[in-house]
Design a protein around this ligand. Structure first.
Ligand code: GBH
Length: 481
């Protein structure tokens, strides 16, 4: 991934000009529309599922693991739904072979899972714990034996509790880079794709500003911006540490739930507004990472609360990537207006439809615009959808089945829009469905189910839902029908 040059960026701002340079590779013709074909994806498209360590593994006290901030947080009364914790979760620490079997039955080509930093370095830094790495070696063995390509996330929010100051401390960035280098040096002979960090805002803003996620703090704006800065700095330092230590051929990216704006109407002016909004509203995270710079407008807006940046930080943050991973769930909409920034963000009507999680509004076009706007603005050579999926009120019916037609509707709509992006020639390489199986949904505990396999938490039995059958068809045909 090449950071955008100023010239390219200015060209992308020129709107119509930039659009003209993106000629669709294949255009649907009237003949095709009269004789519709399945929505086929490019050859070798990587279909997979995603999970995260704390959400599925359980076994929190096993083989030398020490607590992460999510252990502490979930065990603090009142922090999660029903006081739920990840102590047992899906017990995937013991049942990983069964979970790989689920992937195999789907025909999945790849699996995105995360490593628990606390298993590898139980104190965050210092002495590594070899038994921790052994577990992930076994998972990788099992995947490769089943011809499933592993994609590893190094940080999915479960920060070792022992690190003093957590993400408030700049030392945590160095600790993360050391941990990333240690893991990739040992796994990169067999694992070729690594994501540094999952979703900056969820462990920075939600952890340190609203306090809804671990570590549950409510800091002042300047402190929050510093935490955010440490997040992107840790990413950049890890990118460099991995490149220095991993085997050649290792590809590095990140998985970010950027706020992507859908133009309210597909006219040149609203598309331009969506582009501007996406660049501006992601200023502390994706924009900084892909441009190696905080936008002046962001720094001015934050004023004395702006992050304290040391010489060289921005260059590290902007370290070139091999691919960009985007987690896509609920949409945002922008329209053109006459304000200096050139866009306005739409409010949602109360009737806007959502899935079982109230925040999860249904906006399939968001996945198309995510791929298109990120490739247009930042000239990404490769993109993945690193998460997409939804919660639904799944019940096991009298025949023992879970007929989650609402989830199938959701997935089909989003994949139809992803197909549009692929067919217009944007470099989308793969798609990871969130999630392989129901799991610990953070502050919502076990009250929200995102899996395409149902988990009976009393018995740990996994049952494929209708959506799993549907996804298996998609993968087999490499097409959405
Ligand atoms: C992703 O987060 C995560 O990567 C994954 O671990 C998670 O299980 C999955 O998506 C499904 O949630 O209730 O209005 O305060 C998505 C980011 C962060 C979006 C918390 C919803 C709460 C909004 N989520 N946020 S609200």
């Amino acid at each position: 991934m090449i950071p955008i040059s100023r010239r390219h960026f200015l060209a992308s701002l020129a709107g119509a000009t930039a659009l003209a340079s993106y000629q669709p590779i294949r255009k649907s013709t009237w003949a095709q529309m009269a004789n519709p074909k399945p929505l086929s994806f490019p050859a070798n498209f990587m279909w997979g599922c995603a999970t995260a360590a704390y959400q599925i593994e359980g076994a929190v006290n096993e083989d030398g693991r020490k607590p992460s901030i999510w252990d502490t947080f979930s065990h603090t009364p009142g922090k999660t739904h029903n006081g739920d914790t990840g102590d047992i979760a899906d017990d995937s620490y013991h049942l990983y072979k069964e979970d790989v079997k689920l992937l195999r039955n789907l025909g999945a080509k790849c699996y995105r899972f995360s490593i628990s930093w606390s298993r590898i370095f139980p104190d965050g830094t210092g002495q590594p714990n070899p038994k921790g790495l052994d577990y992930y070696q076994r998972v990788v063995d099992e995947l490769l034996n089943n011809e499933i390509v592993p994609y590893i996330t190094l940080f999915h929010w479960d920060l070792p509790q022992a690190l003093p100051g957590g993400w408030q401390s700049r030392d945590t960035c160095k600790a993360f880079a050391d941990y990333a280098a240690y893991v990739t040096a040992r796994l990169s002979d067999r694992v070729h794709h690594f994501f540094t960090i999952n979703e900056f805002g969820c462990f920075t803003d939600d952890g340190y500003e609203t306090g809804e996620f671990a570590p549950g703090l409510k800091l002042a704006p300047g402190e929050v911006n510093q935490v955010r800065h440490h997040g992107v700095l840790a990413h950049g330092m890890a990118v460099r540490a991995i490149r220095a230590r991993a085997k050649s051929g290792t590809e590095i990216g990140l998985a970010q739930n950027a706020t992507i704006f859908v133009p309210v109407i597909e006219t040149a002016e609203h598309i331009e507004a969506a582009r501007r909004a996406t660049r501006e509203e992601n200023a502390p995270f994706l924009t900084a990472v892909l441009e190696g710079k905080y936008r002046d407008s962001y720094l001015q807006r934050e004023g004395e609360n702006a992050p304290k940046v040391k010489a060289g930080d921005m260059e590290i943050i902007g370290s070139p990537l091999d691919f960009v991973g985007l987690n896509v769930y609920d949409p945002a909409y922008a329209r053109s207006d006459s304000s200096p920034q050139g866009y306005a963000i739409e409010d949602f009507q109360t009737s806007f439809p959502h899935m079982a999680s109230p925040w999860l509004r249904i906006g399939p076009e968001g996945i198309y615009w995510a791929v298109r706007l990120v490739s247009e603005m930042w000239k990404s050579r490769a993109l993945y959808i690193t998460e997409n999926g939804c919660s639904a009120d799944d019940v096991v019916n009298h025949e023992g089945r879970i007929e989650d037609t609402d989830r199938v509707m959701f997935l089909r709509s989003y994949l139809t829009q992803l197909h549009r992006a692929a067919s217009e020639g944007y470099p989308i390489k793969g798609y990871f469905l969130w999630s392989l199986l129901d799991n610990f949904e953070w502050a919502d505990g076990y009250s929200k189910r995102f899996g395409i396999h149902y988990v009976d938490y009393k018995t740990q039995r996994r049952i494929p839902k209708l959506s799993a059958e549907w996804y298996r068809e998609v993968i087999a045909k490499n097409a959405v029908e």
